[in-house]
Design a protein around this ligand. Structure first.
Ligand SMILES: C[S@@+](CC[C@H](N)C(=O)[O-])C[C@H]1O[C@@H](n2cnc3c(N)ncnc32)[C@H](O)[C@@H]1O
Length: 299
């Protein structure tokens, strides 16, 4: 049976989602009504898929925002050996999380902070997990896009990010037979604005300009070489990795080049090669952006 996010939202709001017994002693709803989201734990099989989809690996630092009883944090540290941090506004959830980490013998690898997730410092995270609500995700979205490094993987159980479409969604069937969406986003670099670089040698040297419009990870570009407009295509942005194709007409023939680079602030450093040629044929390429032309992507 598929459970629509709206049904999960309602269940969450009423604290009635059937995710197994809540470990708290008292009725969870009675104490969590002041918080943005009540405590409802993610089923273990969904936790496993969230960590798999995020591609958690050695060296990652995972943050679970609204960590509940700490199960995602504990599983990340236990299964993948990563450092993990849980943040929850409810002191009882933090106490449970610490007890669960101690029981798993992981007290040294994990940290739990009693804090409002909207005030947490997320800059060191390389993976962020969420089981909140769509409305909370939406309020959190600008902070995620501002604070998280490009390439950070963001995984949400059930709830989406509105116009920020997931890079991937998988459906997990729980042991109880209901279906849960697990969404993955890769935090994109900001590539908006006007980029310039020089191309060609001697008398053939030309200044190239690429103008990029960006909506989250979706980018459209227009380009020119000197005064000549260039056809562009195959634009892709994944975290800090920016790729596009430019077509130049030369001696009556179309020549396509593939540009691939890593964005760091106002610089892209990478390579350019003829389309279809092996990577070994690539030569170094570097583009600079006029910082005044960049537009915030933190919507
Ligand atoms: C649906 S539970 C998710 C628990 C855990 N992440 C999981 O997936 O099993 C949401 C948690 O968010 C916490 N929470 C709600 N509002 C919060 C806020 N503003 N800051 C931090 N935690 C919050 C609640 O106390 C609750 O434990």
């Amino acid at each position: 049976m598929r459970i629509a996010p709206v049904a999960v939202a309602l269940a969450l709001a009423l604290s009635l989602a059937g995710d197994g017994p809540a470990p708290a002693q008292e009725p969870v709803w009675a104490s969590s009504q002041d918080y943005d989201v009540p405590f409802v734990p993610t089923p273990p099989e969904v936790v496993a898929e969230m960590l798999r989809l995020a591609g958690v690996q050695a060296g990652d630092v995972l943050y679970d925002l609204g960590c509940g009883d700490g199960r995602i944090v504990v599983e990340a540290a236990r299964r993948y050996g990563v450092r993990a941090v849980g943040i929850d506004i409810d002191p009882r959830r933090i106490a449970e999380s610490k007890a669960n980490a101690a029981k798993a013998g992981l007290a040294g690898r994990v940290r739990f902070l009693e804090q409002n997730l909207f005030e947490a410092d997320l800059r060191e995270a390389t993976v962020v997990t969420l089981y909140l609500l769509s409305s909370v995700n939406l309020r959190l979205r600008p902070k995620l896009l501002t604070e998280l490094k490009p390439g950070t993987r963001l995984v949400s159980h059930s709830f989406d990010m509105s116009e920020w479409r997931p890079d991937k969604t998988v459906v997990v069937t729980t042991d109880r037979g209901d279906e849960r969406d697990v969404h993955l986003w890769i935090v994109p670099a900001n590539v908006s604005g006007r980029w310039e670089w020089g191309q060609g040698r001697g008398a053939d040297w030309k200044r190239c300009v690429l103008e990029a419009d960006q909506m989250f990870q979706d980018v459209t570009v227009s380009a020119r070489e000197g005064d000549w407009p260039l056809a562009a295509g195959e634009v892709s942005l994944s975290g800090p990795l920016f790729t596009f194709r430019l077509d130049v007409e030369s001696e009556g023939r179309m020549q396509s080049s593939i540009y691939e680079g890593r964005v760091s602030g106002d610089t892209i450093t990478g390579t350019v090669r003829p389309a279809g040629a092996a990577r070994a044929a690539a030569v170094a390429w570097k583009a600079e952006r006029d910082p005044k032309t960049a537009v915030s992507i933190a919507r």
